[in-house]
Design a protein. Structure first.
Length: 57
């Protein structure tokens, strides 16, 4: 006979899904960074001036 035993503990029962928290509005700095990143991405897709290539779409 073992000297000790382990009691099996079942995980807690999940109830209704947790209420989602409302999203906070993004800060001004984050919005500015998004704009800069978007413009850089657009510029990277354009061909260089004078290369004669058609722009990517």
């Amino acid at each position: 006979m073992p000297a000790f035993t382990f009691e099996k503990i079942s995980p807690p029962v999940r109830g209704a899904p947790a209420a989602t928290t409302p999203k906070k509005p993004r800060g001004l700095i984050s919005q500015m960074m998004d704009r800069v990143a978007e413009r850089r991405a657009r510029r990277a897709l354009r061909p260089a001036k004078g290369s004669g290539e058609k722009p990517l779409k």
